[in-house]
Design a protein around this ligand. Structure first.
Ligand SMILES: *Cc1c(COP(=O)(O)O)cnc(C)c1O
Ligand SMILES: [Zn+2]
Length: 441
């Protein structure tokens, strides 16, 4: 029915926004071979490289301007000319999250100008994954899929289940069985079919590839991956626009598969290419957890290939042992003069606390990883204090309370009496003075 309507409007030459599209199809990132804009992700005809969406940048340049973007909705859909969809988007208010000027954290670290891009308050499920899923499910609907699925480290399951519910699509998602309670409950509430697989993410992903081939479903990060990954570009566009149409000097972002990292770069490059922002170099640094750091290890050893690892870290949302976009992330970090570093679980927890106490932002373990790596790179002189730096916070701390429950202390429980309060307050004050003295304030 929908397809019928589309071909009719095309036949009669109706040029409504409904049929306007700025992408031509898919193109292999390795050999350049092109394919129709279908549900496929590898270059099956030639080299088995990954496929990427190909755009008509002249068309985009002709129809977009800073003003046209600023007049758009306060969501990722203000950039829809740069996204691989044809019709109306599935609009759950995703994107345009705050870019916070982090003065107190900057001072603590010794940076002049630091910003936090806070996707921990993204809609609808409080992580950056809402961006990629909004795009993937819109495209899935256009391609005629009624059942959608994903292989997830947690946040993707939340997002896919929620946005599928909103769009009225059948949903079955796969997670490793040992995920945080918040991620499991935050998926189940939308009533999808949830498969908890006894195994790590890489095993879940392999199973999902087999299911995708057998069941013909739309897997957002497998056969729909070229569309899905484009959603991350909006994290590049938004930062440019929110900085007043300028590029930062240095960005720090977490790496799981490495896709987000490479797509922030693509977003920056596209805005330069179509003239929306002045060209300038940006250094790209990536953050991993030591317990799953195949990209950081390759970077440290100067390799251009990834040796897969078995994940063992509290940063489960970024625990991918065999990262598909690892080689591309390595290439970007080295070509831009950035770094890829890893921090241990203790440093990750300290990173979560530091961001919360200085900026009032409660992030999950992936964000703790990013802040801990930011701190490390500044201390090592690998981020210069004069660089305008953006740290990407990709998820919300309320989903991984296990990580910090033992370090946050306890409330002071009192009876509803002024005298009780007075005594407890005095005790708290002297405790605080003792702590300050012990750290030499
Ligand atoms: C998925 C995820 C990432 C990174 O994902 P990529 O696979 O590298 O694109 C980062 N942070 C959080 C919180 C995530 O859920
Ligand atoms: Zn190819």
């Amino acid at each position: 029915m929908l397809r019928c309507y589309r071909s009719l409007t095309r036949f009669f030459g109706v040029t409504s926004t409904l049929t306007s599209r700025t992408f031509s199809g898919l193109r292999c990132r390795e050999c350049g071979h092109t394919y129709e804009a279908e549900a496929r992700h590898v270059c099956e005809d030639v080299c088995f490289g990954p496929l990427e969406v190909a755009y008509d940048y002249d068309a985009i340049r002709a129809r977009t301007s800073r003003a046209s973007i600023e007049a758009g909705p306060a969501s990722i859909w203000r950039y829809r000319d740069f996204l691989p969809i044809e019709g109306d988007p599935i609009d759950v208010g995703t994107g345009f999250t705050p870019l916070l000027k982090a003065n107190r954290l900057a001072r603590r670290l010794g940076l002049k100008e630091l910003y936090i891009k806070n996707d921990g308050v993204n809609m609808p499920t409080l992580s950056f994954k809402d961006r990629v899923v909004s795009v993937a499910l819109t495209r899935a609907r256009e391609l005629g899929f009624s059942t959608v699925s994903c292989a997830s480290t947690g946040n993707l399951a939340n997002s896919t289940a929620a946005i599928a519910a909103h769009a009225g699509m059948e949903c079955c998602v796969f997670i490793p069985a040992d995920l945080e309670a918040g991620k499991v409950l935050g998926t189940l509430i939308y009533n999808p079919t949830l498969m908890a697989v006894r195994g790590n993410y890489d095993q879940v992903n392999k199973l999902c590839s087999e299911v995708a081939n057998t069941f013909g479903w739309g897997f957002v990060n497998i056969n729909l991956r070229p569309y899905y990954s484009e959603g991350s570009k909006t994290l590049g566009y938004e930062v440019i626009e929110q900085l007043g149409w300028r590029l930062p000097d240095h960005i720090v972002a977490p790496l799981a598969s490495g896709s987000l990292f490479t797509k922030i770069r693509k977003g920056f490059d596209e805005f330069m290419k179509v003239g929306l922002v002045d060209e300038k170099p940006v250094r790209f640094s990536g953050a991993q957890a030591e317990g799953c750091s195949p990209i950081a290890q390759a970077f440290a050893e100067g390799r251009d290939f990834i040796t897969p690892v078995k994940p063992n870290t509290i940063a489960k949302s970024i625990a991918i042992g065999n990262p598909a976009d690892g080689p591309y992330a390595l290439d970007i970090a080295s070509r831009t003069g950035g770094n890829i570093a890893a921090v241990n679980d203790e440093e990750i927890v300290a990173g979560i606390q530091l961001l919360a106490e200085t900026e009032g932002v409660f992030t999950e373990t992936a964000g703790g990883t990013t802040i801990a790596v930011l701190k490390k790179l500044v201390e090592q002189g690998k981020i210069d204090s004069s660089e305008t730096t953006v740290a990407y916070i990709t998820g919300n701390g309320l989903k991984t309370t296990e990580a910090v429950s033992s370090v946050v202390g306890q409330p002071l429980t009192i009876d509803p009496k002024l005298a009780d309060f007075q005594a407890a307050w005095d005790r708290a004050q002297s405790l605080q003075r003792a702590t300050w003295e012990s750290v030499g304030v």
